[in-house]
Design a protein around this ligand. Structure first.
Ligand code: SF4
Length: 437
């Protein structure tokens, strides 16, 4: 037997899906009567919602959990959730015997049950199902932000890129019923939320696993756009293969849908794309981008890139640089390759030396930084729609444009939560600075 905890601390690593899962777990624990605290040493229950996507992320958590073993007080319970929980399963107990439970990404709904098991039996408990059951109560989520919310629309991924753990840690694609999504978004609108970001590993696959419901991703956008009070709809992430003309028309025609598409190419060389199992060529990718630009000329694009993938040569990397020269991305996340447990890429020799990976990372980042400066300069003098999100410590207003650019301006705090137009007159590192029109 262990004591029922009265307070909890939760730390999130990784992506927006994990942030949303954390918000749901916070809601579950608060309904159970636990109080959230923000210092580990004050909590009876500690939860680490982990990420497995990069080696560094995993090492950080394992290091942190290892240290906890030394400082943990006897009453404290420790849980590991998220992708690393699924990837490592029992191995976590072996390495970290002070961990009380391991809960997979598909078992978030079972948190209270697992906690009961640990409390009543005093034994370590593991629950990591490979498939997601549609029994998760999203409405319970406790969000810290009161203007912007993440909304899950599809979990899992069927694409099996050779470097990625997600299909193994989150399972196959399961779309959430459209009616449940609409209910959640209506509830958010009633609470005063202005912006939602629809989340999925591949939102463009939405509905394909539930043909009978006849709601594909663009259909969902048409439904959500009608909900009064929601000023902006964003979505993440779009696999290039699944983006459709219908979706592009929805971006063009629906007032609330922002003209920003996170559209990861991952590499510029066809040989590497094939090895990554991205199932498109660079030419096919360019075609999709050209189609999007024709239908939505003001669309901005984001991407993810992996440099130093096994066998990547300088010529392959030059093709990635060439993609950036042809498509100046608004946002680019550049990563160096590290093989993940359980993925096909682990079987290949990690043959690009670390120094070469680092050099490619720096060259690509430098090119992107230069392009970002040019992009920000091109926006000067043009009024941009900004959702004012908060006041900075120095009393300025801070917000974002439809295409995800940070903006600061002067104005009264009463503008928080409203859409204003700001004309930028200058910019610094990441932010446009302007005057309200
Ligand atoms: S599309 Fe590829 S990279 Fe993205 S989650 Fe699925 S397997 Fe991973």
């Amino acid at each position: 037997m262990k004591e029922e905890p009265k307070s909890f601390f939760i730390r999130t690593y990784g992506c927006q899906m994990n942030e949303l899962d954390t918000e749901i777990m916070v809601g579950q624990l608060m309904q159970r009567g636990l109080k959230r605290v923000h210092e580990e040493e004050l909590a009876d229950l500690l939860i680490y919602n982990t990420c497995s996507i990069r080696d560094l992320a995993e090492r950080k958590v394992m290091g942190k959990l290892g240290l906890l073993g030394k400082s943990k007080n006897k009453k404290q319970l420790i849980g590991v959730t998220g992708c690393m929980a699924v990837a490592k399963k029992e191995a976590i107990f072996k390495k970290l015997p002070h961990v009380d439970f391991v809960l997979g990404t598909n078992n978030i709904a079972d948190l209270n049950e697992v906690l009961n098991d640990v409390i009543h039996t005093g034994k370590q408990t593991l629950r990591t199902d490979s498939a997601f059951e549609e029994n998760l109560d999203y409405l319970i989520a406790e969000r810290e932000d009161n203007l912007k919310a993440h909304v899950s629309i599809i979990r899992g991924c069927d694409k099996f890129c050779t470097y990625c753990v997600v299909p193994y840690t989150r399972g196959k694609e399961v779309s959430r019923p459209a009616v449940d999504i609409e209910t959640e978004v209506r509830m958010l609108a009633d609470k005063g939320y202005k912006e939602i970001t629809l989340l999925g590993q591949n939102v463009n696959s939405y509905g394909k696993d539930k043909r009978e419901s006849a709601t594909l991703f663009h259909d969902l956008l048409y439904k959500l756009d009608k909900i009064e009070g929601i000023e902006r709809i964003r979505f993440l992430t779009s696999h290039p293969v699944d983006i459709t003309k219908e979706l592009m028309f929805a971006i063009r025609d629906l007032p609330s849908v922002c003209e920003f598409v996170h559209f990861p190419i991952q590499a510029g060389s066809n040989r590497i794309l094939k090895k990554m199992h991205r199932i498109y060529t660079r030419e096919e990718y360019f075609e999709k981008v050209a189609m999007l630009k024709e239908i939505v000329p003001n669309a901005s694009l984001g991407t993810d890139i992996i440099v130093g993938f096994p066998t990547e040569t300088e010529e392959d990397f030059q093709e990635t640089l060439d993609v950036f020269k042809k498509i100046p991305y608004s946002i680019a996340f550049v990563y160096t390759f590290s093989a993940r447990q359980g993925t096909p890429a682990l079987r290949w020799k990690d043959d690009v030396p670390e120094a070469v990976k680092e050099d490619r990372h720096q060259r690509l980042t430098a090119l992107h930084t230069e392009q970002s400066i040019q992009e920000r300069a091109s926006l000067l003098g043009k009024p941009l729609e900004v959702l004012i999100e908060k006041c900075t410590e120095t009393g300025q207003l801070k917000g974002r444009t439809r295409c995800w650019k940070k903006v600061v301006t002067e104005g009264p705090a009463s503008l928080i939560g409203t859409l204003v137009h700001v004309t930028p007159h200058s910019f610094n590192h990441q932010t446009l600075i302007g005057t309200i029109v």
